[in-house]
Design a protein around this ligand. Structure first.
Ligand code: ATP
Ligand code: MG
Length: 365
């Protein structure tokens, strides 16, 4: 798929802007704080229904305004599609896909697919498990519609259970209520973990090849259910571990086991990357994972996602940059950078941004 046009109305510092994109590489360049990342943020919203920088939609609305509108025109499988999102201070946000209002969020996911690569991802190996899970979850939401509703259901029941644990009284009634929550958490948690486990396997199978091509290193990983290494079936595992940790949950006043603790450990040539990896090795692994994420999305949806790279080229050395961009030849990539003409792009378009105004130019910049 390819995005052809993006319209921003009162989005961050863009008052009324129309950007058109090349089917290949698009470089959005300009000084700091002019509005480069804002474009990546807006486009990614169509893929994930949220910003990757803030959890408050109102932050996205231009200061002093009440509503922001984002409109994207894109081509997917030979069809022209239109997506419109209205974010309001006073009303619920609304989504329109090909002019029809989307009423269920599960109908939102998967229509527009993007692979996001931001500098924070370069630290994914060293960061906490939450960041690693969100890398997997962000990709899965775009591929599997039931996945997002499972995540919602799980987190709702988990917070209800945590509320009971907070005011826990050891009585028949409370324990029976916790048992009811556990049944749901075991069932949905097992589904979520199974999906993550299968996806991680596919992801690393592909990433392994990229690492080998890039540096000759052997990439391995280990998936950890609820933080534990185990080959057990997911349902059996949770059926065992969730009731087992009840006493601990009561002491900590919150759930200590479940899919909210899933994680994976990455190794390079048998050595754990988290403790011993060099910065370059970690970067290579993230590049490999991002390329793998795009390949899986393309195979699953039969069309390539859009690649959104926010300020990451300056973080990579020549060899890694070349590797990444060459692999994406022919795909649509949107890159932001402080560099203009010095930034090497193979083909496509350059868009200059100053104070939220976007000025299009061709390669001669
Ligand atoms: N709600 C808002 N209303 C108006 N302006 C906003 C709003 N939110 C952010 N901004 C402005 O948008 C600009 C930041 O845009 P953006 O993050 O895209 O910058 P950037 O070009 O990526 O910068 P950098 O190179 O530092 O990453 C800042 O000038 C900020 O004040
Ligand atoms: Mg930026």
């Amino acid at each position: 798929m390819k995005i052809t046009e993006l319209k921003l109305k009162n989005f961050r510092n863009a008052e009324n802007e129309i950007l058109t994109f090349s089917q290949d590489t698009n470089l959005i360049w300009g000084k700091n704080a002019e509005g480069k990342t804002n474009v990546i943020e807006a486009i990614y919203y169509f893929a994930n229904s949220k910003s990757f920088r803030t959890s408050r939609d109102s932050d996205l609305i231009m200061f002093g305004e009440n509503e922001a509108t984002l409109t994207a025109l894109f081509e997917d499988g030979g069809k022209i599609c239109r997506y419109e999102i209205k974010i309001s201070k006073n009303e619920k946000r609304s989504f329109y896909y090909n002019n029809i209002k989307i009423s269920k969020m599960s109908d939102f996911f998967g229509n527009f697919r993007a692979v996001l690569f931001v500098p924070e991802h370069l630290r994914i190996v060293k960061n906490g498990p939450g960041e690693r899970r969100s890398l997997i979850d962000g990709a899965l939401c775009q591929l599997k519609r039931t996945y997002i509703s499972d995540l919602y259901k799980y987190s709702k029941v988990a917070s209800e259970k945590n509320a009971v644990l907070k005011d826990y009284k050891d009585c028949l009634e409370t324990n029976a209520l916790l048992d009811v929550y556990d049944d749901t958490l075991i069932e949905i948690g097992a589904k979520i973990t199974k999906t993550r486990r299968e996806y991680t396997k596919m992801l690393f199978e592909r990433a392994k090849k990229h690492i080998y091509d890039m540096s000759g290193d052997e990439l391995e990983y280990e998936f950890k259910m609820s933080g534990f290494s185990s080959n057990e079936d997911e349902t059996e595992f949770y059926r065992r571990i969730i009731p087992e940790t009840r006493k601990k949950d009561v002491i900590y006043k919150s759930m200590t086991a479940g899919c909210q603790r899933d994680d994976f450990e990455i190794k390079l040539n048998g050595i754990p990357l988290r403790q011993y990896g060099s910065q370059g090795q970690q970067r290579s692994v993230v590049i490999a994972l991002k390329l793998a994420e795009g390949e899986i999305a393309e195979e699953t949806k039969k069309s390539s996602p859009i690649y959104l790279f926010d300020d990451i080229l300056s973080e990579l050395d020549e060899k890694r940059r070349e590797y990444l961009l060459k692999r994406l030849d022919g795909k649509q990539v949107i890159i932001t950078s402080c560099l203009g003409s010095e930034e090497k792009i193979y083909s496509g378009k350059r868009i200059y941004v100053e104070k939220g105004k976007y000025i299009e130019g061709e390669n001669e910049y």
